[in-house]
Ligand binder design. Structure first.
Ligand SMILES: Nc1ncnc2c1ncn2[C@@H]1O[C@H](COP(=O)(O)OP(=O)(O)OP(=O)(O)O)[C@@H](O)[C@H]1O
Length: 301
């Protein structure tokens, strides 16, 4: 349904008074999201996850590559695209208009798209995201963080989209609420709505995802089913990421050495300078192989 083909995105940031340097946020990312699938993009801060989400939402344009929704280039689609693809962001406090009531927030996309039967559709959407109807006249500041995120999800699904891009939808919430919000995405899946779940939270991936893509410095290093990637990670970076899923106490965590600046920006593999299993050839070439239906960008295979 969603087909991302060889997407590249470079930002130019000021390095000194007169100079700019490139930040390669995405380097040839390709993936497909099927109907009703929850596809998780996982990676550490700065790996390019949000940039990919923004490109799918058309908030950024790729420098190269294509994004297709049901075989149509999303950048040549009109307003219709915003009916088919919607977004849920990390912080509902900033993504919801504080002056609007819950009803007005959820109603807005229906008005923008000239829809009929608005009151009933708003109510159905709120029910589906488990927002009590007595909250209809409340404003975001009168709701808890979890309820605000439910309202944001109601707004995202009110037009019955094909795909939701959810960028860290549980990151601002208490642990006790996180699972409830993730359950909503599982419910949407039953209604054949796909989710591109952008997260650094491996537990969220474990709980919800069908397939997982691991992003490292703009390169999708591994893509496979949840069980393939989480139970038997092949890429050395995925292995590192999973070994460092937050443990009970910060003292038990390993140093996050892989967030150090790259020592060798010119090597083919983005993980070259930090990889414990690197080969000499990884400086010059990077192979993508398919193993049991999963993709790995690594010369070890
Ligand atoms: N508008 C921008 N201008 C300049 N650099 C940017 C811009 N947006 C992103 N970047 C850079 O691109 C890289 C990828 O950023 P991105 O936000 O996509 O990563 P991320 O994996 O979502 O990280 P986080 O979880 O911290 O948001 C980073 O180095 C970031 O600093």
């Amino acid at each position: 349904m969603l087909n991302i083909q060889d997407v590249h995105k470079t930002f130019w940031v000021k390095s000194s008074l007169f100079k700019k340097k490139p930040v390669h946020a995405l380097k040839g990312v390709s993936l497909k999201v099927e109907r009703g699938e929850i596809f998780a993009i996982v990676g550490e801060s700065g790996s390019g996850k949000s940039t990919l989400g923004k490109i799918v939402l058309r908030l950024e344009r790729p420098d190269k590559g294509k994004v297709l929704l049901e075989d149509r280039d999303v950048f040549s689609m009109g307003k219709e695209y915003t009916k088919l693809v919607s977004a849920v962001f990390q912080d509902p406090t900033t993504s919801l208009n504080p002056r609007y009531t819950v009803y007005q927030i959820v109603e807005e996309p229906l008005l923008v798209h000239g829809q009929k039967d608005i009151p009933n559709r708003v109510k159905r959407s709120l029910e589906l995201s488990q927002v009590p109807l007595e909250y209809l006249e409340r404003r975001p500041t009168q709701l808890s963080g979890g309820q605000r995120q439910r309202v944001a999800i109601s707004r995202a699904i009110v037009l019955e989209p094909r795909l939701i891009v959810a960028d860290e939808p549980t990151a601002s919430l208490d642990a006790s609420i996180r699972r409830e919000i993730l359950n909503l995405f599982l419910k949407l899946k039953e209604r054949n709505i796909s989710t591109l779940l952008i997260t650094h939270d491996v537990r969220a991936v474990e709980y919800t995802a069908d397939r997982v893509g691991v992003l490292y410095r703009g390169v999708l290093v591994e893509v496979g089913s949840k069980s393939q990637v989480l139970k038997n990670p092949l890429h050395p970076y995925t292995q590192y990421l999973l070994e460092n899923v937050p443990v009970k106490h910060p003292r038990e965590r390993r140093p996050r050495s892989f967030l150090e600046p790259m020592l060798d920006e010119t090597s083919s593999c983005p993980f070259y300078s930090l990889c414990p299993k690197r080969l000499e050839e990884c400086r010059y070439t990077l192979r993508e192989v398919s193993i049991d239906g999963r993709l790995v960008k690594c010369n070890l295979y």
